[in-house]
Design a protein around this ligand. Sequence first.
Ligand code: UDP
Ligand code: MG
Length: 347
Amino acid sequence: MPPTVSAPNSSMEPRPNLSLVVPIYNEAENLPRLYERLREGVAPMGDSYEMLFVDDGSKDDGPAILRSLAASDPHVRVLFFKTNFGQTAALSAGIDHARGRVIVTLDADLQNDPLDIPMLVRTLDEGHDVVSGWRRDRQDSAVSRTLPSNIANWLISRVTGLPLHDYGCTLKAYRREVFEEVRLYGEMHRFIPAYAFWAGARVTEVVVRHHPRVAGSSKYGLSRTVKVVLDLLTMTFLHSYSTKPLYVFGGFGGLFLGLAGLSAAFVAIRRLLLHGDWMSPLILITAVLVIAGIQFILMGLLAEILVRTYHESQGKPTYALREILGAAEPNGPSASRVAESCPGEAA
Ligand code: UDP
Ligand code: MG
């Protein structure tokens, strides 16, 4: 919906090795210190980096500070949202515009420690596609934050099949190819490792430092946990059945029609052998089950049309390639995308 100001990744400059993506909403007091810490964090890693700050409609002095940082340091790029779209949208915009081979996301409030960045990138280079931070020693309120978060992490791990201790930690490192398959909605940035894992990525976690907030205030409370659980439901459904919805809807339809058959048979036997009534609640129940069964199957067929529209209108393949060996060049969009996006890996 927001107009694209410039096409993502369109610059002709060579890619930096590292993009730091930082979502910012009313963090003016933290920004000068954050910038210094980020510079210390990337210092051991050479000069090939960019800091991509995404201002999520801040109403404080943050935007002015960001402008002056961008004016004085060519490593700094800033995206300004027109209004507050939320942390997930901010991360998503930053990731779309990041040019780095590796993308590291972190919070602006200095609860995540920029000095952990080199360790994350090193772990990524050891052969992983996603390295997720684990705030083992988390410095947030136990009742309103840490406890619900532990429960949510347990649930997400069970449902997604990827056991991580801390999905909610923003400090994570990714290879840029990971994002080819991922679109983010709601509170879904925390699920990127699970999406990536489903698409075949190698995911690991490392313990990172965590500090109490010293300036500014947290933007969230307990209500976020509810949203996270709902997002988990959406995501799991979309993942499991997005290419074959008829299997789910058709399964329910078949079950209902089967139950209808049983209850109709029961009524018939009762009438013919035991001389009972034709008319009874069971006849109504049979009719309802038949109608519901047929509806389910028709919904499944409609969903099949939607899935085709979704994949074909966006040229989205129903698979994810890691690598293409040999000279055979692509007929489809997916193959050329992979070849373009990971030249280093295909070698
Ligand atoms: N944030 C944002 N948009 C929002 C809310 C938060 O960009 O609508 C940013 C915020 O500035 C911070 C990060 O997201 O950099 C995490 O927010 P916060 O520290 O409030 O979350 P918590 O650490 O308490 O979970
Ligand atoms: Mg925080």
